[in-house]
Design a protein around this ligand. Structure first.
Ligand code: TMP
Ligand code: ASP
Length: 252
């Protein structure tokens, strides 16, 4: 049996060559990192939960017509996705102040923003993913003006979709990050949502209690990350009843 080819290993996921040209297998690891990998741990079951949750969100986006890389889930830890050229930007959408924005601008966490605020960070771990302006993006050619129009539109559609889905299960979508990739179709290039959408890349607060159900639980040592992610999955009906995220890891 031939060993499949590893394309890239990131902090939370590993990418392998897919079975057909133009496809990639995305493997979700249990590794958790924060503060540009200064803080690290292995959280048993996190990869399974993020795989299932990202599938759920990406499939929902497909159903409402937001293009994304998801093709199908392969098993508890892997999904088949469309290969794309990742735009080197982290696209952040914020509905309420939190995290780095709250710190940078001295706004109390949880303050509602007058409108969704979209921010861009350059994907560069050595630099700690610095915040960049659209001027930087245009000047250094990371994305064109047309790309930026499309990226903004994708980001706001994902925001409306995710906010609504979360609202339906009593969770407030405070902010999130997406990544966007280019795919080529004949003479045309288009941008699609890529990477993952999971509690690793969102801030999710219980609507009633304000309890954090996202990676801040790990970043800020607030308790069990698997419990938090399992609660999100349970509310969305993503984890089958009675399933524990730990057990299925045995099949890989
Ligand atoms: P921030 O407030 O720390 O800038 O994070 C904004 C959003 O982006 C939050 O939902 C968490 C997410 N995020 C990532 O997905 N990856 C990262 O490396 C960082 C720093 C944040
Ligand atoms: N991406 C960050 C890291 O590199 C983690 C985070 O804060 O989300 O560790």
């Amino acid at each position: 049996m031939a060993r499949r080819k590893k394309i890239y290993e990131g902090k939370a996921k590993t990418l392998f060559e897919g079975p057909e040209p133009g496809t990639i297998v995305q493997y979700f690891k249990d590794d958790a990192t924060a503060f540009n990998a200064e803080k690290q741990d292995v959280i048993e079951g996190k990869g399974v939960l993020n795989n299932m949750l990202s599938e759920y969100f990406m499939q929902g986006l497909t159903q409402i017509g937001v293009p994304n890389h998801f093709i199908r889930r392969i098993n508890m830890r892997e999904q088949l996705v469309r290969a794309c050229e990742i735009v080197p930007l982290e696209v952040i959408v914020r509905n309420f102040a939190a995290g780095s924005m709250a710190q940078r601008l001295g706004i109390e966490e949880g303050t509602q923003l007058p409108r969704p605020v979209v921010e861009y960070c350059l994907k560069d771990d050595k630099l700690g993913d610095p915040l960049v302006s659209e001027e930087h993006i245009a000047a250094f050619g990371w994305a064109s003006q047309q790309d930026m129009d499309d990226i903004l539109s994708l980001a706001l559609r994902v925001n409306d979709f995710l906010s609504g889905v979360m609202f339906g299960v009593g969770i407030k979508l405070v902010d999130f990050k997406i990544e966007v990739g280019r795919v080529y179709e004949g003479d045309f290039m288009r941008l699609i949502v890529a990477d993952e959408i999971s509690p690793d890349s969102c801030r999710l607060w219980d609507m009633e209690t304000g309890e954090k159900l996202d990676k801040d639980v790990f970043r800020r040592d607030l308790g069990s990350l698997t419990d938090a992610y399992s609660e999100v999955a349970r509310r969305l009906g993503v984890m089958p009843k009675g399933a524990t995220p730990m057990k299925p890891t045995l099949i890989n």
